[in-house]
Design a protein around this ligand. Structure first.
Ligand code: NAD
Length: 425
């Protein structure tokens, strides 16, 4: 629990612990509970040998961390990224634990990753790698044990391969082991845009609490989450003035035509170079003069180095961990409403849960039902966290942890595993 005192940027895990510790202190959690809640149940590290197209063999490293399964089977995405580390996966699995509780879905938290650069792999290599990962972690996953889903640089095609591989290995078809699958293979209507749509419902609630002069929006990241968010905002007459991807950003003061940009990105694989827009860097995008800033790319993008330059009135964290704990504190001190990731991006896992429910009962909902159920859950989650922030006089980030930790402690007590301050033995 004691964090190392060093001058370097905190790691993702250190960051996650710092934010959790604040809430734990306010709640007066005893040391036994701290031990239970901050140690992952299972850490899996695997080597995945893959036959490459040139007949050589390359061995990739993969991880799966199942953090806590007191509320139910564990759940969380799989990230394919060249720089992903076990430290990061552990932090992401920890965050998933709290996110699932905030979303009010019956899961514990997990996360997985493979260290790879998907941009350098052919489609057949990517498929062999995806299937190899499933072979390596097969014994630990399943619809009643651990249910993975897509995350950065994984998508519904990869989930289809993974579900197919798992089904082959166990000898029968198992839709419910992965979510985020194509609709034709047991996926749910509305899953692709679920994280963004959930974020949109949360933003709408946040705007009721904090009125802004304008509604000019900047979005960092134009992948699944960022591009879907841009599309939904554009459809709802918000002005998206800046977006970016890993190659750079674009800016247009009177608003970007997102439908045309989506077609451009499909053709060129990037938002850079889009007509009548000024080129900006990712760093400039974050500091741009806008009303709402939406980080939707990677973690640790806003740190104590750039937080003081953020000009938005609301920051909606659609990425996981885009702000360091110190950056969040700086923004809260500036009066900026920061909607924490565990709340803002929980729409994805919520519709993943709907997908799993549909797979388990073998009956599929229409899109309108998915959207209505998602809206109910997101509005309730926002209000739970907002009320907690008022009750404890804390920011939304700390309130999210307080709300989730209180509920987790109750679950642990109800299961009879441990009772705060009581020894039964
Ligand atoms: P994605 O792979 O579809 O897109 C990632 C985007 O980020 C791409 O546009 C990429 O070009 C951009 N990017 C990468 N490095 C960047 C950099 N250094 N600067 C700016 N942009 C950069 O991933 P995604 O599914 O959209 O996930 C984005 C974030 O949202 C991640 O933090 C992920 O954990 C989180 N998230 C995703 C889901 C989901 O349902 N997909 C759910 C919850 C949270």
């Amino acid at each position: 629990m004691i964090l190392p005192a060093h001058d370097m940027e905190p790691t993702s895990w250190e960051n996650a612990l710092r934010q959790f510790n604040e809430a734990a202190k306010i709640l007066g959690l005893d040391s036994n509970l701290l031990e239970i809640l901050t140690n992952p149940k299972l850490i899996i590290q695997v080597s995945i040998p893959v036959r490459m197209d040139d007949c050589s063999v390359k061995v990739f490293q993969g991880f799966r961390v199942q953090f806590n399964d007191f509320p139910g089977p564990t759940k969380g995405g799989i990230r394919f990224h060249p720089e992903v580390t076990l430290d990061e996966v552990k932090a992401l699995a920890f965050w998933m634990t709290w996110k699932n509780i905030i979303a009010d879905i019956p899961y514990g938290g997990a996360k997985g990753a493979v260290v790879c650069d998907t941009k350098t792999l052919s489609e057949t290599e990517l498929e062999r790698l995806s299937r190899g990962y499933v072979q390596a972690i097969r014994k630990f996953i399943g619809p009643r044990d651990d249910i993975p889903a897509p995350d950065v640089y994984t998508n519904e095609t990869i989930m289809a391969w993974m579900m197919d591989e798992y089904s082959k290995l166990v000898g029968h078809n198992v839709y419910g082991v992965f979510t985020g699958k194509p609709v034709e293979l047991g996926g749910s209507e509305g899953r692709i845009e679920a994280t963004a749509r959930g974020g949109f419902f949360v933003l709408r609630e946040a705007l009721k609490k904090k009125r802004l002069k304008g509604q000019r929006i900047a979005i960092q990241g134009f992948g699944n989450v960022g591009s879907e968010m841009a599309r939904i905002l554009f459809e709802n007459s918000f002005k998206v003035i800046a977006v970016s991807d890993s190659k750079g950003g674009i800016y247009k003061e009177d608003g970007i035509d997102i439908n045309n940009l989506l077609a451009f990105k499909k053709e060129t694989n990037s938002v850079t170079g889009f007509k009548r827009c000024k080129a900006i860097t990712n760093e400039e995008l974050l500091e741009i003069n806008c009303d709402i800033l939406i980080p939707a790319a990677l973690q640790n993008q806003i740190t104590d180095a750039n937080a003081k330059n953020i000009k938005a009135g609301i920051v909606l964290e659609l990425a996981n961990g885009p702000l360091t704990a110190e950056a969040r504190r700086i923004l809260y001190d500036k009066g900026i409403l920061v909607v924490p990731d565990m709340l803002a991006n929980s729409g994805g896992v919520t519709v993943s849960y709907f997908e799993w429910v549909q797979n388990n009962i073998g009956y599929f909902w229409d899109r309108a039902t998915v959207e209505t159920e998602l809206e109910k859950k997101m509005v309730k989650a926002f209000n739970n966290i907002y009320e907690t922030s008022k009750d404890f006089n804390v920011n939304l980030g700390t309130a999210a942890y307080i709300f989730a930790v209180q509920k987790m402690v109750r679950i642990i007590e109800l299961r009879g595993f441990y009772k705060h301050g009581v020894c039964k033995y």
